[in-house]
Design a protein around this ligand. Structure first.
Ligand SMILES: *[C@@H]1O[C@H](CO)[C@@H](O)[C@H](O)[C@H]1NC(C)=O
Ligand SMILES: *[C@@H]1O[C@H](CO)[C@@H](O)[C@H](O)[C@H]1NC(C)=O
Ligand SMILES: *[C@@H]1O[C@H](CO)[C@@H](O)[C@H](O)[C@H]1NC(C)=O
Ligand SMILES: *[C@@H]1O[C@H](CO)[C@@H](O)[C@H](O)[C@H]1NC(C)=O
Ligand SMILES: *[C@@H]1O[C@H](CO)[C@@H](O)[C@H](O)[C@H]1NC(C)=O
Ligand SMILES: *[C@@H]1O[C@H](CO)[C@@H](O)[C@H](O)[C@H]1NC(C)=O
Length: 308
């Protein structure tokens, strides 16, 4: 008697679940695949939300690794669905990725891998050791990324130490210049080396760091020891170059003196190497974001460098 009452109560509460499901299965050719579709959808949604959460500045490589690995794992599992089929015996893998005019699942996964992950050059910052067979993929950060993080933290710690005593930005500039220079120098060394690269996460972090340093706190550009040497080299090079060009120009003019029309070549001015550096500087200021990160003195790397 009791279980009938409970049963009636459940029916009243939930409506008639079996009826809806019975009809649903009758119409839905792909009913057996739906749980896998939903699982993939959940993994994609997590990844997309993470990428959107960390889009300004873009730092998907260091913040969404778990979500990316989980998505790739789910994709792999979905593609391996060859024994589960729709009602007309099409495998669920085919149902999800290729049976219809358009596969949203494929489009989203493709956009995530190629337009978000690859375009952020995440391979430059971390290496994923794929083990999709056992669902046991792990990752390691590249050494250069870890070293950058260490230098970034030293600089942020310095600023925290200084701002504990005062809010005087002149003091920040004076006391933390060494740390800032060390950070920039390290970044620049990797950035300009042809064989190595950073992912977008590091580049945007450096861009924002330079912005806050130069544009918000108005700290000076004290790279004299490095740049002056560079400048002298450039100056000598430019002088010699111009000397040779001038000589050739006049020699050419002399030879062509008899001609009625003389082509005057205009030599475009040489771009000094500082152009590269100003390319790094963005005009936007991200003071709010920065203050929230300094307060905890966190870097941008996710703490435990391994994932299951
Ligand atoms: C994105 O941010 C929201 C709001 O802070 C948070 O609830 C959500 O868990 C975040 N999602 C991911 C995947 O990071
Ligand atoms: C699907 O395959 C099963 C087993 O191979 C078979 O019994 C069934 O008739 C097939 N159904 C259709 C619609 O082809
Ligand atoms: C997962 O992989 C790590 C190293 O790649 C290995 O040490 C560990 O034993 C693996 N775990 C399982 C459950 O396979
Ligand atoms: C900041 O202060 C802490 C403790 O007061 C010290 O351990 C740390 O080395 C200091 N950092 C810098 C960059 O001066
Ligand atoms: C900030 O510190 C510098 C040098 O320590 C000092 O000359 C200046 O007056 C200070 N400014 C303020 C607003 O306290
Ligand atoms: C850094 O800022 C410059 C100037 O705004 C911009 O062109 C460049 O794309 C930025 N780099 C990164 C990695 O955000």
């Amino acid at each position: 008697m009791d279980h009938i009452v409970i049963g009636l109560f459940l029916v009243a509460l939930l409506g008639c679940p079996w009826e809806a499901q019975a009809y649903g299965e009758a119409w839905d050719l792909d009913a057996p695949c739906q749980p896998y579709v939903k699982k993939l959808a959940a993994a994609q949604a997590e990844m997309v939300q993470c990428a959107s959460n960390f889009s300004s500045p873009p730092k998907v490589c260091t913040n969404c690794i778990d979500q990316y690995i989980a998505l790739k794992q789910t994709e792999h599992d979905t593609q391996a669905l060859t024994t589960i089929t729709s009602l007309d015996n099409t495998t669920c893998a085919r149902v999800i990725y290729g049976n219809y005019l358009v596969s949203y699942s494929w489009e989203i996964s493709d956009a995530v891998s190629r337009r978000i992950w690859d375009q952020s050059r995440c391979v430059s910052c971390l290496k994923i050791n794929w083990d999709l067979e056992h669902g046991n993929s792990t990752f390691d950060y590249e050494d250069s990324t870890v070293k950058f993080e260490v230098k970034l933290l030293q600089w942020r710690n310095c600023i925290n130490n200084v701002t504990d005593h005062s809010d005087n930005t002149t003091e920040i500039c004076e006391n933390c210049m060494t740390h800032f220079n060390a950070l920039f120098k390290y970044y620049w060394q990797i950035y300009t080396a042809p064989e190595s690269d950073f992912c977008v996460d590091v580049e945007t972090t450096m861009n924002d760091t330079m912005n806050i340093w130069h544009n918000v706190w108005r700290c000076g550009d004290d790279f004299r020891p490095v740049d002056r040497h560079h400048d002298v080299t450039m100056l000598i090079f430019a002088s010699v170059f111009l000397g040779v060009i001038t000589f050739l120009f006049y020699a050419g003019s002399f030879i062509q003196a008899e001609r009625a029309h003389r082509n005057i070549i205009q030599y475009s001015r040489m771009n000094p190497p500082s152009a590269l550096r100003s390319r790094l500087l963005s005009s936007s200021t991200l003071a709010d974001d920065f203050s929230s990160t300094t307060s905890t003195t966190q870097g941008f790397l996710r703490a435990p460098p391994s994932v299951r």
